[in-house]
Design a protein around this ligand. Structure first.
Ligand code: AMP
Length: 249
């Protein structure tokens, strides 16, 4: 079984992002970038399936500029077998990424495509669903447990009221939730090994995909600043403030 894992290069989750002064977007200058955390979980799940003897090959894919090669190397250090960079300097919106992935799915014919449930930069939560629609594949989003038996996959999904377990036939699209697994640390020997793994670079034109943005960002702004807190003398003063100032009780 072949597994395709799309991995996005995003601003590291520890970084406090700054908005550009003209409000046109986020300032990426000198900012640490990393693999989207949900994609690390996706790679880890694929590697575990390979360790169980279920998967035979794991292909990591990243769409973006040349620096995404670093993200692919990280995926290969976790255990992906090879990488594909779809190189583009354009802003790639979820629909464009889904179309690129659809073209790769047609070419590579994976049995499973495991994506993150969302990229933590734009929080779109769209790519997996769009890919499933474009490729006409069954999908299980927000997976917290994945079990493969033959050509069936049982996926437990995190839904509002609890957990839902569904069964899908492969090929299928799965998106990962936070509790699916805890990704392993990459070790130095594996980082070294990853440098020697195959990494192919293709362009959107090679895949016949038009990646032109369809959405226009009008404005990006920071959340309102929090005011300083105050100390109250006693519980009675606290209750009075909650009742009469904050008006929350
Ligand atoms: P999003 O729909 O943007 O929230 O992203 C959901 C998932 O789609 C991510 O967790 C990745 O697995 C995948 N994805 C989105 N953008 C890219 C990209 N540029 N390259 C590779 N995978 C991506």
């Amino acid at each position: 079984m072949k597994i395709l894992v799309p991995v996005k290069r995003v601003v590291d989750y520890n970084v406090k992002v700054r908005v550009k002064s003209d409000g046109t977007g986020v300032d990426f200058a000198n900012v640490k970038m990393s693999m989207n955390p949900f994609d690390e979980i996706a790679v880890e799940e694929a590697v575990r399936l390979k360790e169980k003897g279920v998967a035979t090959e794991i292909i990591a894919v990243s769409c973006g500029d040349a620096k995404c090669q670093e993200t692919l190397r990280t995926a290969m250090a976790i255990g992906a077998d090879r990488g594909i960079l779809v190189e583009s300097t354009e802003e790639l919106q979820p629909l464009a990424v889904a179309k690129l992935l659809k073209a790769l799915v047609d070419k590579e014919q994976p049995s499973l495509i495991i994506l993150g449930k969302q990229a933590i930069d734009d929080d779109a939560n769209q790519t997996g669903q769009m890919l499933a629609a474009l490729a006409d594949l069954p999908q299980a989003t927000f997976a917290s447990k994945v079990e493969v038996a033959g050509d069936k996959v049982s996926v437990t999904r995190e839904v509002d009221g609890g957990l839902e377990t569904i069964s899908l036939s492969v090929p299928a699209v799965i998106t990962t939730d936070l509790r699916l697994n805890e990704p392993r640390y990459v070790t130095l020997p594996n980082i070294m090994k990853a440098k020697k793994k195959q990494l192919n670079v293709v362009k959107p034109e090679d895949l016949g995909v038009d990646v032109k943005p369809r959405l226009k960002t009008l404005k990006v702004s920071e959340p309102p600043k929090r005011g300083a807190g105050i100390k109250v003398a006693d519980v009675a003063a606290l209750v009075d403030k909650l009742k009469n100032e904050a008006k929350v009780i």
